[in-house]
Write a protein that binds this ligand. Structure first.
Ligand code: FES
Length: 78
């Protein structure tokens, strides 16, 4: 199943990015592209990040320089 339709990233590829150390939506995007298009998959990515790091989302994320995302988007997991 695709986790990110814009970049055809599967759940397995998303998990692999997180297993490789990605701990923010931006790091996931840098690793596999997921979440860097329309952004509709960011909540799904966030939920996966929470599984890997329960504190994810409790600290507001500051995402800069990614043009397609609001600069101060907060993860909704917190
Ligand atoms: S579905 Fe992931 S960026 Fe659009």
């Amino acid at each position: 199943m695709f986790a990110c339709l814009c970049f055809a990233v599967t759940d397995e590829e998303l998990d692999a990015a997180i297993d490789a150390g990605a701990r923010t939506e931006e790091q996931v995007g840098d690793t596999c592209g997921a979440g860097t298009g329309c952004g509709s998959c960011l909540d799904r990515i966030c939920a996966r990040l929470v599984r890997a790091e329960p504190e994810h989302g409790r600290i507001p994320l500051r995402v800069a320089g990614r043009g397609q995302r609001p600069p101060d988007r907060r993860c909704r997991a917190g």
